[in-house]
Design a protein around this ligand. Structure first.
Ligand code: SF4
Length: 414
């Protein structure tokens, strides 16, 4: 890694002087030898408005003419934190991603309050939300209207009409017609879906449809080595579908030896393992934006620093992430639901069970964990404790102790 940026002092200085002054003073000192991530554009709108404050780069949103901030506010834990929204605006983090189910609806309410108090900001923010729980055109319309009302807006920039898609067959002609009409009416600009399960297959099949504008998908340092995911991302990129990556990291609340080793590796380089995980995805120019959950100004500053800093990960950094991914694979569900679902009689949605447990254990978000768990069909939930998971455990590429984790999820979240 280039030493052009004194990163040993970087995080310390953020805490003392504030990120803006650090980066402003460092801008000229940055070594020209540092590697620039291709595909980024200066955030011109933000720069005009806030010439004193560095702005995060923007990227083209798929084949559209729209530029979005390459760092996206994942508003998954936002409740009343107007200060976080102000901080995002300050740095040009103007791509905001929410959902009606986040923080029991408070995330959208918080954003609505912000727009009510700052009406000029609506046009500057690229706003994404989701049709959580909807399955047909009537459901999408109902969710859209409710989200617009809560957020004090008469349009949504990208509407993810299927929240948690795990099979491209969910993208029906009915949804296509609804999306086309909603665009004509101007209530949405772009249509897409989110996916946490069977991501590679779902994204690849969506790339062939020709009417999906955007996908919000799980994509992180673990999946950069997955050939099927790579093929899918490539197909979407070539088809002009805007990919926003989510779940790029998990917070480390209980540190294992592997966690400590990773943290120490990146600390020695002057940044955090969270910043490194953002960079691992951000450096992929096919990704339009990286969505990261941010619920405090400190986290916003830390993540902004990761994308403003132009130094790319060195080979030993990539090796450290790969080693960590390998050593911790049995604790990470890769979302390949077709594998375990086919191996357990009468039980599907195992990846949703794992995701619910992740929200609880890694994100500390019990509300979202219970909500996600409750969305699993009741008949499936009733069979979770008695099903035989031995074959699924044999086939699981992540070698997850599925039976134990399912039982833990039932115990904590049912
Ligand atoms: S439990 Fe294993 S097989 Fe099932 S989705 Fe997760 S990683 Fe894939």
């Amino acid at each position: 890694m280039s030493s052009g940026f004194n990163r040993r002092n970087f995080l310390k200085t953020i805490g003392v002087a504030g990120l803006g002054s650090v980066l402003a003073s460092k801008a000229k000192a940055d070594s020209p030898a540092t590697s620039k991530v291709e595909g980024n554009e200066p955030n011109a709108a933000g720069q005009k408005q806030q010439s004193e404050t560095p702005q995060v780069p923007t990227r083209k949103f798929g084949k559209t003419d729209t530029q979005v901030s390459a760092l996206c506010l994942g508003a998954i834990d936002i409740t009343e934190q107007q200060v976080v929204l102000h901080a995002c605006n300050k740095w040009g983090v103007t791509h905001w991603d929410t959902a009606p189910v986040y923080t029991g609806g408070n995330s959208e309410t918080c954003i609505g309050k912000y727009f009510a108090a700052n009406p000029d900001m609506r046009k500057k923010v690229f706003l994404a939300t989701k049709a959580s729980g909807a399955h047909d055109a009537a459901g999408l319309e109902e969710k859209l209207q409710a989200s617009m009302k809560k957020m004090n807006t008469d349009y949504i920039d990208v509407f993810y009409g299927v929240h948690g898609l795990n099979d491209a067959s969910q993208l029906t002609d009915e949804l296509k017609t609804w999306a086309e009409n909603a665009k004509k009416k101007g209530v949405i600009k772009y249509f897409g879906f989110t996916t946490h399960g069977n991501m590679a297959k779902s994204c690849f099949e969506a790339s062939k449809l020709g009417w999906v504008d955007a996908i919000l998908t799980t994509y992180n340092f673990r999946l950069t080595k997955d050939p099927l995911m790579q093929k899918a991302i490539d197909a979407c990129y070539k088809a002009g579908i805007a990919i926003t990556a989510m779940k790029t990291q998990k917070s480390v609340s209980v540190q294992t030896d592997e966690d400590k080793k990773l943290i120490e590796h990146f600390s020695a380089k002057g940044f955090t393992e969270g910043q490194a995980k953002i960079k691992a995805v951000f450096e992929d120019e096919r990704i339009a934006s990286v969505s990261v959950g941010m619920n405090s100004v400190a986290i916003v500053n830390q993540n902004v620093a990761a994308v403003l800093d132009k130094t790319t990960l060195a080979q030993d950094d990539k090796d450290a992430l790969a080693e960590y991914a390998s050593a911790t694979c049995s604790g990470y569900c890769a979302g390949c639901a077709h594998i375990c679902d086919a191996a357990v009689a009468g039980v599907s949605n195992i990846n949703d069970v794992m995701r619910s447990l992740m929200y609880h254990n890694s994100y500390g978000n019990t509300q979202l964990a219970k909500q996600t768990f409750a969305e699993i069909p009741a008949d499936v939930r009733s069979r979770l404790s008695t099903a035989d998971y031995r074959l699924a455990e044999q086939r699981c590429p992540q070698h997850m102790p599925i039976a134990r984790l399912v039982n833990e999820a039932v115990e904590k979240l049912a």
